[in-house]
Design a protein around this ligand. Structure first.
Ligand code: PHE
Ligand code: ZN
Length: 873
């Protein structure tokens, strides 16, 4: 347990307090002697005083946590331990003990990877050594200035028992290897590119490589390896293929080549996040590497592709150019998410990718912005940096880059990025430096635009229209609601891509980007032959909520005619939200709705993947947000009932059409995860779900037959989900068969857990509780925990919001249990309570009581404490 000291472990870190490092590092040499309970680390670090800092020679302050200090020397002279001052956060060598402005520090520490359940620093995952150093894990390996603006080339030597740990990996290019007495062996690695400690990585264990090669545009030969556990070799081909396509894409789209002789990916089973971009040695959650048609869904394949790309793209945006401090996290994350989004758009369907990304943005980031955890894309203070790997930093961060590109154009964007790479390669940068590159490359003044990084909250955009017989005037108004710590908001620069559609459905005025800079601004379109229907915010050109009063007929018109696929989808979404709100208020479902969707379904000129998205109803959480935006409080039962009735209505009204379309979408031939086939499966399975909602015997038979005959996980799990979620008689035998078939594959068992955890049934909490006793639920593994508890908390509104509070209690119990083991994952899952103020008073009281119970736990981690206290407000 951490003991807080005078330095204050829970104190706030502020951007305004940033000071350049007093000491820089010329080079680092690390020697690891690996053993599960007692690993020895010898660090040899060449320090040089930072020329930017002035005044008397400063002390040497090094970060360190949970290290056993063995000994240290400076320039070869052993230091008396009394000469150092230790505290819970590190050690200080007083200036008086430093020989000059440059010296070599040597230090030996001992660490215990086996008991490191936080999965930060050096830890063991199923007998494999691996590291996770972002954001501040390196300080759990050795004493070091663990901050991203201290960059150095690393040389690493790893020594371990050869039989247990035959493969020894670190960053950079391979060096000497060899055997040692006593059954031990060693390997050396050298990374010539200066990097911050958070990009350090080490892996040791019994691993096999799936190998390939890549030749860069300028002819460098790169060895590619995807390392997995023996037995998983046949599940790496897709990740490798995605890697090669990513490498090519970064050359074509950004002119960026890879810069080492090897690029390696390692899959590990115990991992807090998705993956990590360590230089030349990416470490991945095995969930985002391993795939076979029998075990992975189309969505899994797509996630693997985009995460492989994301981590690879970090090599330039994150590694070659890193962040000056953690407040600048969006500099690498927002930009890299934007890059991976574009990659997927290019590799698959751009409109479908855009819709998927906006769905995610609304579900996670708008939700965050509406609640007590709202913060700017670049926060100005934090207690625990691990709590700031948020949807706002990542997803809204990417939206800000996208808006920049929209404003300066594709050419301007490319010029600005070229300048950024040229000017800052090898540096640790700020958002201001990034923005300066855009200003210098394009000549635009972006000082007002910069508010997107500093102002939290989702702007609301409202509009009014005027038509005088020839001129159409669109008046746009913006207003951003207050967020914690930011009461008043200034207007933002909002690019509003707008097109005008004629009464016959033809495009009258093609898309033009309106730049809204004031609180209110009017835009005129002259010389029009007829009153147009405006298509506003095409492609979702800015992360705002568009408040627009439309009648059903205009929504149906846009759904039928808008040439912008995003807005076409949006029209359908708005239509569904409007109907759901009407139902909640006691209204009925108009027949025109199913008719409009029926016409869209039958239109074979539309991509099946797009039609699958258009057929999807808003989720319960999204509806709760809609209710609150309109000034109400959400009643989870009413929302659930409205959406259930809508699905049943569609299933009934479109019954025949759904069955026919589903049959027409059947994919023949061997399984392929490509976007075309995946889109057909998505549409067929969406039809199946709506058919089940109408609860006909044919629908049940169809789902059962699909499960029984499926040759791929996508179709199998889709069929299982509809049966389990309907509590159908066909569900239990198939759950059992599924369990039996996949008993030995934990990643597949996660799906088995999730399918049950998300079943919207009255006794859901009790069912999940029972599953926590199942041997498949190894709760200390983050994937398992998220598959059961996490997906129940955010994917099962009926169960989580059960009126008796059983759902909230169950989740809180498990958060309290996980917290001492793994604070990072606990704090992340605890975010499920962030919406508590959205709900009717009964739910609010129940949720609040659970939050208070968590907050009252005596030894709560700093991670969870910060989240829970901020949520309580
Ligand atoms: N930097 C990783 C990414 O986005 C995410 C991560 C953060 C992983 C912190 C582990 C720890 O690619
Ligand atoms: Zn990232």
């Amino acid at each position: 347990m951490r003991t807080d000291t005078a330095t204050g472990a829970d104190r706030k870190i502020r951007l305004a307090d940033y000071r350049p490092p007093a000491w820089m590092i010329e080079q680092v040499r690390l020697d690891f002697d690996l053993a599960p309970r007692a690993t020895r680390v010898r660090a040899r670090i060449a320090f040089r005083r930072n020329s930017q800092a002035e005044g008397a020679r400063p002390d040497l302050r090094l970060d360190g946590r949970r290290l056993t200090f063995v000994g240290a020397s400076i320039d070869g002279a052993p230091l008396d331990q009394q000469a150092l001052s230790f505290d819970a956060e590190g050690l200080t060598v007083p200036a008086a003990a430093l020989p000059g402005d440059s010296f070599t520090w040597e230090c030996e520490t001992e660490i215990d990877p086996e008991t490191n359940t936080e999965l930060e620093g050096l830890y063991l995952s199923r007998n494999m050594f691996c590291t996770q150093c972002e954001a501040e894990g390196f300080r759990k390996i050795t004493y070091y200035p663990d901050r991203p603006d201290v960059m150095a080339p690393f040389t690493v030597r790893i020594e371990a028992a050869a039989a247990d740990y035959p493969v020894l990996l670190s960053n950079g290019n391979p060096g000497a290897t060899g055997g040692l007495p006593g059954g031990r062996h060693f390997a050396e690695w050298h990374d010539p590119h200066p990097k911050p400690a958070y990009l350090f990585a080490l892996v040791a264990g019994e691993l096999v490589a799936h190998e390939d090669r890549f030749t860069t545009a300028s002819g460098r030969e790169v060895e590619l390896r995807v390392w997995v556990r023996p037995g998983d070799e046949d599940k790496c081909a897709y990740a490798m293929d995605a890697l090669k396509r990513s490498m090519r894409w970064d050359e074509t789209a950004y002119g960026r080549e890879y810069d080492l002789d090897v690029f390696q990916i390692v899959a590990v089973d115990d991992f807090n996040m998705g993956a990590m971009e360590n230089k030349g040695l990416n470490i991945f959650n095995s969930k985002y590497v391993l795939a076979s048609p029998e075990t992975a869904t189309d969505a899994d394949y797509e996630r693997i592709e985009s995460i492989v790309a994301h981590e690879y793209f970090h090599n330039w945006t994150g590694n070659r150019i890193t962040c000056r401090d953690w407040f600048q996290l969006c500099l690498k994350e927002g930009l890299t998410v934007f890059r991976d989004q574009c990659f997927t758009g290019d590799e698959r369907s751009e409109p479908v990718k855009r819709i998927d990304d906006v769905k995610l943005l609304r579900a996670r980031q708008f939700r965050e912005d509406q609640g007590p955890l709202a913060h700017p894309v670049r926060p100005e203070e934090y207690i625990e940096i691990n709590n700031f790997y948020t949807a706002t930093v990542y997803e809204k961060g990417a939206e800000v880059i996208r808006m920049l590109r929209t404003l300066v154009g594709e050419d301007g964007y490319r010029k600005a990025l070229d300048l950024y790479f040229e000017r800052h390669d090898g540096e640790a940068c700020t958002i201001e430096q990034f923005r300066q590159c855009f200003e210098d490359a394009t000549g635009r003044d972006l000082s007002d635009f910069a508010r997107w990084w500093s102002q939290a909250g989702t702007p609301r955009l409202s509009m009014s229209e005027d038509w005088d017989g020839g001129t159409y005037t669109l008046t746009l108004r913006q207003q951003t609601p207050p967020t914690p710590g930011q009461d008043s908001k200034a207007p933002l620069v909002i690019p509003v891509a707008t097109g005008l559609i004629g009464p016959d459905g033809a495009e009258l005025v093609p898309t033009r980007v309106l730049e809204l800079r004031e609180a209110e601004q009017a835009f005129r379109f002259e010389g029009l032959p007829a009153r147009p229907v405006a298509s506003v915010l095409r492609g979702f050109s800015a992360p705002v909520t568009l408040e627009r009063q439309l009648d059903d007929a205009t929504r149906a018109f846009l759904l039928a005619h808008d040439i912008d696929p995003f807005n076409r989808w949006q029209a359908g979404r708005d239509y569904a939200v409007a109907i759901a709100l009407r139902l909640i208020a006691g209204g009925t479902i108009p027949n025109a709705w199913a008719e409009a969707l029926g016409r869209l379904l039958a239109d074979d000129s539309l991509d099946p993947a797009f039609r699958a998205l258009a057929l999807e109803l808003p989720g319960e959480d999204e509806m709760a947000g809609e209710v609150v935006t309109r000034g109400g409080l959400a009643d989870p039962d009413a929302i659930h009932e409205a959406l259930r009735a809508m699905r049943a209505h569609l299933g009934g009204a479109l019954g025949e059409a759904l069955a026919t379309l589903r049959a027409r979408m059947a994919v023949t031939g061997p399984y392929s995860p490509d976007a075309g086939a995946a889109g057909r499966r998505a549409l067929a399975n969406r039809c199946l779900a709506l058919m089940l909602a109408a609860d006909t015997p044919e629908a049940h038979r169809a789902a059962e037959a699909q499960f029984d005959a499926a040759d791929n996980m996508t179709d199998r799990i889709a069929a299982l989900a509809v049966l389990v979620h309907a509590d159908a008689p066909g569900a239990t035998p198939r759950l059992d068969a599924f369990l039996k078939a996949w008993e030995h594959d934990p990643l597949v068992l996660d799906k088995w857990l999730t399918v049950q955890a998300t079943a919207p049934l009255k006794d859901a909490a009790a069912r999940v509780e029972a599953l926590t006793g199942h041997s498949a639920f190894e709760w200390k593994n983050p994937n398992r925990f998220r598959a059961l508890i996490g997906s129940f908390a955010v994917g099962n509104a009926v169960g989580f919001h059960a009126a008796d509070g059983a759902g909230y209690r169950l989740v809180a119990d498990w958060l309290l249990r996980l917290d001492p083991v793994n604070p990072q994952t606990t704090a992340r899952v605890a975010g499920c309570f962030e919406t508590w103020r959205r709900y009717e008073p009964g739910r609010q009281a129940l949720m609040r009581a659970e939050l208070e119970r968590i907050a009252a736990a005596p030894a709560l981690s700093r991670n969870t404490r910060e989240i829970v206290e901020r949520i309580l407000g």
